[in-house]
Design a protein around this ligand. Structure first.
Ligand SMILES: [Zn+2]
Length: 265
């Protein structure tokens, strides 16, 4: 059973639970939707009308670290709105090699385009950092979007920002040095969790940054030697955030600015 996380100051009239093969859902039916406070910025930005329409279909879930939500080819039955979980979208090659194309935390939702298009996922989506998220059936989201031009516009605006993140990531992987890319990725992950300490192994960072497993250790050591991070087995701690920002490539500020802009809308 999962619990509520403090900021759901709502009167819950009924909670029904059931389990699925991959995750456990708790549906929330609130007596007053105006009392619900979301951590997810897309959900926060819903108009009162869209909020009223969507809330009864939202479920809160608890995701374990490394939990896979979709494999390539899977039907997108649910769309996920992370609260403090961080989800990773990964492209998987035929030989099993995988590289992250984008990350989604509390600033948005995934998989938006596949969910809205009713097309199977082309990527693996998994919990890079475990935690709470909201989810709702993709079919219901399509139905609600068809009834609301404002909701449709918001969902496509978020999808465009996520596409921008992936495009910037492609350019970053080609043009920027591995230490600056790792700094960018750690900053983005910290932004999404709000924690100085991140549960990440070097093997994990290798997949996420596209840096070879054999060299990620040297790359991480470079950041540690500069006093930017500390790490121990399975854990990375940001030691000097301003210096890490100064060290990161320009892609960090470009992506951060895009999502900050979404939150101001
Ligand atoms: Zn870059």
């Amino acid at each position: 059973m999962i619990g509520y996380h403090g900021d759901f100051s709502i009167l819950i009239s009924r909670i029904c639970t059931y389990s699925t093969p991959s995750y456990f859902l708790v549906y929330v039916l609130a007596t007053s939707v105006t009392q619900v406070e979301f951590r997810n910025y897309l959900l926060k930005a819903l108009s009162a009308v869209d909020r009223q329409a969507i809330l009864p279909h939202l479920a809160e879930i608890s995701l374990e670290r490394t939990q896979v939500l979709f494999e390539p080819g899977d039907v997108v039955e649910q769309v996920f709105f992370p609260s403090n979980a961080v989800l990773s979208i990964v492209t998987v090659m035929n030989d099993g090699h995988a590289v992250e194309s984008s990350t989604v935390g509390h600033e948005s939702a995934t998989p938006l385009l596949w969910g809205l298009s009713d097309v199977p996922s082309k990527s693996r989506v998994f919990a890079q950092i475990g935690g709470a998220a909201m989810c709702m059936p993709a079919a219901v989201l399509r139905e609600k979007a068809a009834e609301s031009p404002a909701l449709t516009a918001m969902l496509y605006r978020h999808a465009a920002s996520l596409a921008f993140q992936a495009e910037q990531g492609v350019a970053c992987n080609i043009l920027h040095e591995a230490p600056a890319r790792l700094a960018r990725w750690l900053l983005m992950t910290q932004d999404r969790t709000g924690n100085r300490s991140l549960p990440l192994t070097q093997e994990y960072m290798s997949v996420m940054t596209g840096v070879q497993r054999t060299t990620i250790s040297a790359v991480a050591n470079q950041l540690r030697s500069a006093g930017l991070i500390r790490f121990s087995r399975g854990n990375v701690e940001v030691q000097d955030r301003p210096a890490l920002e100064a060290f990161a490539c320009e892609c960090y500020k470009a992506i951060r600015s895009e999502f900050d802009g979404l939150q101001r809308r």
